[in-house]
Design a protein around this ligand. Structure first.
Ligand code: PEP
Ligand code: MN
Length: 351
């Protein structure tokens, strides 16, 4: 919708505007009001170049876009009825839980096997395990490709689908070839559009689910949904949106908790929201409260770092991971909030 600075466009201005939009396959329909005339763009108005050209005209006040830039991820898109199923759960129907270690220790495979069995027992549906890790310090442990075998062995032992982060195309290929069920795009890569494209292309032919973390530096919610749109645009819409805290950190927390964006996401997109309270608040003692808040805000699931013996964890584990007992307790409490939400539909107006 074009809003001119004056009450209406002059015939010359209307000609120029018509000329621009027709080059993009659209036409102009004036809507004549008592005080001013506005101009609807009829056709697909989402071409950024067309909008930029129009916005460059000095006599135009602004362009209001009516169509969503998210052709696939928008709540009003044809995909709104799409359902994602993993680990025996259809997202949205039951509380969905991903749990496991931040980082797999390639020297101690049995730790992951114990963690896997324990998170399954606690009620998790997917096992997470960091094979390759994005680390701030280049000398810190970066993960090890050998851990991929350990992760897949944990899957064979428990039957739980597994989730691992990939940071480049080589890791993506290895993870898919190994049969990883869920690919994680980490907070540091959620704005890496070439990786998002590569993931979109690679998962297009498969059922692989993508857990897309929110970048620490993302601005408007639309930036987060656009990142998902990058992946979906290649044909696989199995994408879960994962708020995990943003920068700057709230004093005392690892990041700034952002589970409260859940209702905003749900208003704009049909994609399930799976909140990661672990990286958000960063301390095991704060994680359960953040997890419960996320479910109260309407989250479809949780992604919680859990270690059978946190003190023996590497990566984030020692201070951040829950024990399996804490996980079981957190899931039980989250389930109560989920049940209340379902029964009352009070806290999550758009479930
Ligand atoms: C992780 O899940 O261990 C991780 C590194 O997450 P994030 O990308 O959210 O920091
Ligand atoms: Mn971690």
């Amino acid at each position: 919708m074009i809003l001119p600075k004056q009450t209406r466009l002059t015939p010359d201005q209307l000609n120029e505007v018509t000329h621009i939009v027709s080059a993009f396959g659209c036409r102009i329909q004036p809507i004549v009001g008592a005080l001013r005339t506005i101009y609807a763009i009829v056709g697909d108005e989402r071409d950024d170049l067309m909008i930029t050209r129009l916005e460059g005209l000095t006599y135009i006040d602004r362009i209001d876009k009516i169509q969503s830039p998210f052709r696939l991820m928008d709540r009003r898109s044809d995909l709104a009825t799409h359902r994602i199923r993993l680990g025996g759960v259809t997202l949205g129907d039951e509380l969905f839980v991903i749990a496991g270690q931040c980082t797999i220790d390639p020297k101690s495979p049995s730790l992951l096997y114990e963690t896997a069995a324990a998170v399954k027992e606690a009620g998790a549906h997917v096992l997470r395990g960091g094979v390759w890790k994005p680390r701030t310090n280049p000398y810190a442990f970066q993960g090890d490709t050998k851990s991929l075998d350990i992760l897949m062995e944990a899957h064979r032992r428990t039957g739980l689908p597994v989730d691992a982060e990939v940071m480049d195309e080589a890791q993506l290929r290895l993870a898919l070839d190994a049969g990883v069920h869920m690919l994680q795009v980490g907070a540091r890569n959620a704005l890496n559009y070439s990786l998002l494209r590569a993931i979109g292309r690679a998962v297009a032919e498969r059922d692989t689910v993508v857990l897309l973390k929110r970048s620490l530096h993302m601005g408007p919610i639309s930036e987060f949904i656009s990142a998902a749109e990058y992946i979906a645009s290649f044909g696989n819409p199995n994408i879960l949106l994962c708020p995990r805290g943003t920068a700057p950190a709230l004093d005392g927390y690892r990041n700034h908790p952002d589970e409260s964006i859940t209702p905003l996401l749900k208003e704009k997109t049909w994609a399930p929201v799976v909140v990661d309270p672990s990286h958000s608040v960063g301390r095991a003692s704060y994680v359960p409260a953040c997890a419960l808040a996320a479910v109260a805000y309407g989250a479809d699931g949780l992604c919680i770092e859990t270690h059978v013996r946190p003190a023996e964890g590497i990566g984030d584990d020692p201070k951040q991971a829950l024990t399996p007992e804490m996980l079981a307790e957190t899931i039980a409490q989250a389930q109560q909030i989920w049940n209340l939400r379902r029964a009352a539909r009070v806290t999550a107006p758009v479930a």
